[in-house]
Design a protein around this ligand. Structure first.
Ligand code: IVH
Length: 782
């Protein structure tokens, strides 16, 4: 008989069990995604589980676990690196067959390819023959795999849980990088428990940055004017050295295993067993691994890897050859530093000479203007190279790169084309120096708009290095319009519901927006019909979404001035600076009224200059001439800064609003682009005003304002935001109070509004609606 349902109840959920379940499940999906590349659930479903676990962990801090998948976003920063003693020393490979850099310098390209390879091959043959000899001159099976150009790490798992991760260090002791390693998604925090889990498992492998992710990250850094990494290896090494794991979590690091340290688990006879073990535990391993059992096969396999390595997603500069059988490895043993059973064969990076035909200027999506080398096309490491970034003028000067030069090119980290050096002996007589300032001639090459020079000083104070970058600051620059529109629509700017980068791109691509403000001219029908897909696979934006966009456009029209200022996307003018601006200025016209904005700019910039260029006798690296120049500028700036500081004192300007932000704003507003922007706003009948304005005016000034001495009470629903209306009245000198009295001058009544109206009628206070209010303002203003 079935149990009566009446008394059945679901037991209260056990948070600990659910937390455990979620952790295991998330790690499983992580493994499916990163190691097996066969995800079972969508990203959204993963996020949902992740958030549930996050919530539960927050509510039940007692169940904290450093290996929880939620900590992959990075925990608290550490103070410094602890040292960890490796359970088994982390050895390196002694037998690395390559030509020394000096030897290569002396050879011609052709010789390097022929003789160089021969030398290294010869050594490889000797290595294999040594192995054969140790086995009584029999052939011996070896594996051949790509050598990952990354950072060596050791991962220690105890009972299937990641206990710690350490760098190689001196081979005996390395840095504890567990906090950073936990953020790397392809490293399991807990091993897959289908097989016998080794009690102790010390995995050796490489942490690297995948080529594509590296290129994307570098491109983004270049866009932002940040220093770029020379190659994926440097990027990986630099990232792993971070003290703050949150930064690491945002960098695309990956891991592949290739070796074993301490081990206490099921027996492993050969490298194949080891690979099977890795796979069953869900640890990603380096591939391809070829096997060879004769000398010819070894040479063939090395050539094969060299040929195929372009397709790998990591940088590789060689192949590692290892004895397959673990008992044979033991018999061969170690020298003091390295195993006798392993060797590495280094591939030469392909470098080629070509001609620098021209230097063009590329406009990035943030407006950065980057000089790009246009090269006579050449084939390097499997792809045709015809362009290479030159970063900035300082880079060009340092390498003394001139137009028409013969240059030596390679792919940095085997992926990003770069000019290694010019070949001065081959410099043609008509080579020409390049100056970005002359070429730009103060105009953006894409739109002709105004540009701004940014000077950053980096390096130690004793040997400062100046880097000059140029930016196009035109709000309507065609090359930047998608980014600008996306920014204008973003949540902290005008918050245009549903307008993200995809929509912005479609709007621009379909010719509907040739400036960000054009979005205010669109019809609902046009927006609904917008094709977010391609011509072949169209995807309509749709009525519902379009209606949302129209509503938020309507709302945006009355957004306060600080949001509009921020929405322009002026460099350095962030949210806080925009807010502070609107405490000092009421609308766009106000900003242009001299002299306040230019005073802020002037003081800020001169002050920053003085701070950055102290006449410090310790700066030995600058010439006497430079010191003299700085002395003169200081003498001119100091009194200015003192005077301006005094004049600006009453405004108590918050440090949120810096001089650079003020200067950039002024430059923008005074530029053709800025004037056009303001005109465009007027045509659209949009007049953003501050809801934050505190005029620093005298009593006399205040009495001049249209609503001076007038008291208002507001009731009912207005079309304008209540706070914005209040700000408007106050800006015009009026006061807004909460209740009607005999002293109230006007009751501004919107839709609805009850008792206040009755009170007003009783006391004879005039009741006006919004329309009448605007009329009143106009009357008083005249
Ligand atoms: S096996 C005991 N395999 O290169 C050394 N090492 O220069 C056995 N490396 O220390 C190393 N990829 O950090 C091996 N597929 C690979 C490798 C690899 C990169 C690193 C490793 C090693 C160094 C030797």
């Amino acid at each position: 008989m079935a149990e009566p349902d009446l008394f059945s109840f679901s037991p209260p959920p056990d948070p600990e069990a659910r937390i455990r379940e979620l952790r295991t499940s998330l790690e499983r999906h992580n493994r499916l995604y990163y190691t097996q590349t066969e995800p079972e659930i969508s990203d959204a479903e993963y996020d949902k589980l992740f958030r549930e676990l996050e919530d539960l962990e927050k509510k039940h801090p007692g169940f904290h676990d450093p290996n929880s998948p939620t900590l992959r976003v990075g925990g608290a920063p550490i103070e410094g690196f602890q040292q960890i003693q490796h359970a088994v020393p982390m050895l390196s490979i002694d037998d690395v067959f390559e030509l020394s850099a000096e030897a290569i310098e002396k050879l011609t390209d052709e010789q390097v390819r022929k003789v160089g390879r021969k030398c290294a091959e010869h050594e490889l043959i000797e290595f294999y023959q040594r192995l054969q000899k140790s086995r009584g001159h029999q052939d011996i099976a070896v594996t051949i795999e790509p050598k990952i150009d990354g950072v060596a790490v050791s991962l220690l798992y105890r009972d299937g849980k990641l206990a710690y991760a350490a760098t190689r260090g001196d081979g005996t002791r390395g840095d504890d990088v567990t906090h950073n390693v936990r953020t790397i998604r392809s490293i399991p925090l807990e091993l897959h428990r289908t097989s016998d889990i080794p009690v102790t498992l010390e995995i050796r492998g490489e942490i690297f940055m995948p080529n594509e992710a590296f290129a994307a990250m570098n491109a983004e850094r270049d866009e932002e004017g940040l220093p770029t990494f020379a190659n994926p290896r440097n990027a990986a090494a630099g990232t792993l050295k971070q003290l703050d794991p949150k930064i690491v979590a945002q960098r695309p690091l990956a891991f592949l295993a290739h070796g074993l340290g301490a081990y206490d688990g099921p027996p492993l006879d050969s490298e194949h067993d080891f690979h099977d073990l890795l796979e069953s535990l869900g640890i990603p391993r380096n591939q391809p691994v070829l096997t060879a059992s004769t000398l010819d096969e070894v040479l063939e396999a090395v050539a094969q890897i060299n040929h195929d390595r372009q397709a790998l997603d990591y940088g590789t500069d060689g192949a590692v050859i290892k004895v397959l059988d673990r008992a044979e490895r033991e018999a061969l043993g170690f020298t003091s530093r390295a195993p006798r059973w392993a060797a590495a064969y280094k591939f030469l990076p392909e470098q080629k000479e070509t001609t620098l035909m021209d230097i063009t200027i590329q406009v990035g999506r943030t407006g950065i203007l980057t000089p790009v080398a246009e090269l006579y096309p050449i084939l390097i490491s499997g792809s045709t190279i015809s362009r290479a970034t030159l970063h900035n003028q300082s880079y060009i000067n340092e390498k003394d790169i001139r137009l028409k030069d013969r240059v030596l090119v390679q792919k940095a980290g085997e992926i990003i084309p770069e000019i290694i050096k010019v070949i001065p002996e081959k410099r043609p007589l008509d080579s020409k120096k390049f100056s970005i300032t002359n070429v730009l001639n103060d105009k953006c090459p894409a739109c002709g708009g105004p540009i701004e020079e940014r000077i950053t000083e980096s390096g130690p104070i004793s040997t400062p290095r100046t880097i000059i970058t140029h930016f196009c600051i035109n709000f309507e620059c065609s090359a930047q319009i998608i980014t600008r529109l996306t920014h204008l629509a973003s949540r902290k700017a005008l918050d245009l519901n549903g307008v993200d980068e995809t929509v912005a791109e479609a709007l621009v691509r379909n010719g509907l927006c040739s400036s960000p403000l054009d979005i205010f001219t669109l019809k609902q029908e046009t927006v609904a019909n917008l094709n977010l897909g391609s011509e072949a696979a169209p995807r309509r934006f749709g009525e519902k979404n379009a209606a949302k966009v129209m509503a938020s456009l309507q709302f945006a029209r009355s957004r306060p001035l600080n949001r509009w200022l921020y929405a322009i996307g002026i460099r350095q003018l962030g949210e806080a600076a925009s807010k502070e601006m609107t405490r000092l200025f009421n609308d766009f016209n106000d900003l242009l009224k001299p002299p306040l904005l230019s005073q802020i700019a002037d003081r800020g910039i001169k002050d920053a200059w003085l701070k950055k260029n102290p006449l410090n006798p310790q700066i030995i690296a600058i010439s006497e001439e430079e010191r003299d120049r700085r002395r003169k500028i200081s003498a001119a700036y100091k009194p200015d800064v003192a005077r301006l500081t005094k004049e600006l004192e009453p405004y108590a300007i918050s440090p949120d609003l810096g001089g650079v932000a003020a200067k950039n704003t002024l430059d923008f507003l005074l530029s053709d682009a800025g004037r056009h922007f303001i005109k465009h706003l007027k045509e659209l009948d949009i007049n953003p005003i501050s809801d934050n304005y505190l005029p620093k005016a005298t009593e006399a000034d205040l009495s001049m304002l249209p609503f001076a001495g007038k008291t208002f009470v507001i009731t009912g629903t207005l079309t304008m935001d209540r706070d914005e209306m209040k700000a408007l009245i106050e800006n015009k000198g009026g006061k807004v109070t909460g209740s009607i009295s005999a002293k109230t001058h006007y009751l501004l009544a919107g839709e609805g509004g009850g008792s206040k109206k009755t009170n007003a009628e009783k006391l004879g206070v005039p009741i006006i609606d919004e329309l009448q209010f605007h009329q009143l303002l106009e009357d008083y203003s005249n």
